[in-house]
Design a protein around this ligand. Structure first.
Ligand SMILES: Cc1ncc(COP(=O)(O)O)c(C=O)c1O
Length: 410
């Protein structure tokens, strides 16, 4: 069964009046119609303080609760393990503060240089502040890939925390979250996994993968501008509450103290209606977790088919250095369609602009992954060009991109 792209694109208002060749999805995706409708509905009918007894308020609260329940089902976790916060950066900042209250001299913390700064910057500063020892699990300088053997060498009996990405927003290759988490857990460490770059390509079973914390940004997953954070394995209670003292008894407030954006939280579950509709359209049945798993597979099969010719084109072009693996990989080394490259004879800025002039929506920079670029010996002040796509991208878009690249890089 392959993804029905006409059906998919009919679910996105961005395609109502044209066919944009959008290749900056790793920055933020288009929102599906269900998300847009839910926001409009909230602002039109229930824009009041939620959880009071009058009808509009009760409905608003029900919608917020429903988003949490539905996301929990889709992610294979308990409802009170799902937290919404203003963004992933904000969620990791608060987390680092919480860990800073329990870690100190003699404790060890491991971060990677494959992460977006949001997943390790605050943790690095926290470790320095409290006197914990910080280790960096480093990428292969040629490929950008993280080898679990490197992690094994860093883990000790006093490692308390590991932070790593499900997938880098520059390198694109998926890391084996279950295996890495099991390794860190066997050493007694807690695990934070940044799923921001992976989630647009797959709604994973976070309960089965097992990290104590799993974060992603809903605005990259066809939804609202909120950060979603799963906190499981009892970590919510194990860490000091960051909420107002009278809210400590509410698990969903302990690690996300900011007042919720009611409309966005109420609308956060609507993208799951889209995922369910996709599942049913393709003949699927079962619960929301079944739908998430099946639709993720449809998305990835479609993306992988489109990614291979793009990687082949860039890998064979002598005028660029392709970042990350040059093939879509075997099934256990899935590569997401986030493709960065360094032009060797022009600046990334000039190439990105030339692509824009050819109708390709893309850009250049470090994408807050400066440490990844440094680890690959790429000058962050020049950056890279990044082209990223998702399941609603068509083969025509990719063909247009490859043709534009051939012209621009000639
Ligand atoms: C891999 C990755 N992690 C974390 C973040 C930060 O997410 P947010 O914008 O929600 O703070 C981003 C944002 O681009 C990202 O790409």
């Amino acid at each position: 069964m392959s993804l029905d792209l006409d059906f998919v694109r009919s679910q996105f208002p961005a395609f109502d009046h044209g066919s944009p060749a959008f290749f900056e999805n790793a920055g933020g995706s288009f929102a599906c119609r269900q998300t847009v409708d839910a926001l409009t509905n909230y602002y039109t009918h229930t824009k009041v303080q939620p959880y009071a007894s009058y009808a509009e308020s009760a409905t608003a609260g029900d919608q917020m609760d429903s988003s949490r329940q539905r996301w929990a089902e889709a992610l294979g976790v308990a409802t009170n393990e799902v937290n919404f916060g203003p963004s992933t950066s904000q969620n990791t900042y608060v987390l680092a503060n919480a860990f800073g209250q329990v870690l100190g001299p003699g404790d060890e913390v491991i971060v990677t240089n494959q992460d977006h700064e949001a997943n390790t910057g605050a943790i690095r500063r926290m470790a320095e502040r409290v006197g914990a020892t910080l280790h960096e699990w480093r990428i292969d300088p040629a490929t950008g890939v993280l080898d679990p053997a490197g992690l094994e060498a860093l883990l000790t009996g006093t490692t308390k925390l590991l932070a790593f990405p499900h997938c880098s927003n520059i390198v694109g290759q998926e890391n084996d979250v279950a295996a890495i988490t099991a390794l860190a857990h066997s050493a007694g460490a807690r695990v934070i996994c940044d799923g921001v770059s992976f989630a647009p390509h797959g709604i994973a079973d976070i309960g089965a993968l097992g990290p104590d914390i799993y974060l992603f940004s809903l605005y990259k997953v066809y939804s609202v501008h909120q950060g979603l954070m799963v906190a499981q394995n009892g970590i919510t209670e194990a860490l000091p509450s960051q909420a107002h003292y009278f809210n400590e008894g509410y698990p969903e407030k302990r690690l996300t103290p900011a007042g919720p954006d009611h409309a966005q939280e109420a609308s956060a579950g609507a993208v799951l209606d889209y995922i369910e509709a996709t599942h049913h359209h393709h003949g699927g049945t079962g619960n929301l977790r079944d739908a998430a798993a099946a639709v993720s597979e449809l998305w990835q099969d479609h993306e992988t088919a489109l990614l291979q010719p793009l990687l082949e084109s860039l890998a064979s072009n002598t005028k660029v250095r392709l970042v990350g693996p040059d093939s879509t990989g075997s099934s256990d080394q899935h590569r997401c369609p986030t493709v960065a490259f360094v032009p060797l004879e022009q600046s990334p800025e000039a190439v990105a602009q030339a692509l824009v002039d050819h109708g390709i929506m893309t850009s250049h920079g470090t994408f807050y992954a400066d440490r990844v670029l440094e680890g690959l010996d790429i000058d962050p002040s020049r950056g890279v060009v990044r082209v990223s796509f998702v399941h609603y991208t068509s083969i025509d878009d990719v063909t247009k991109l490859i043709a534009a690249l051939d012209t621009v890089l000639a």
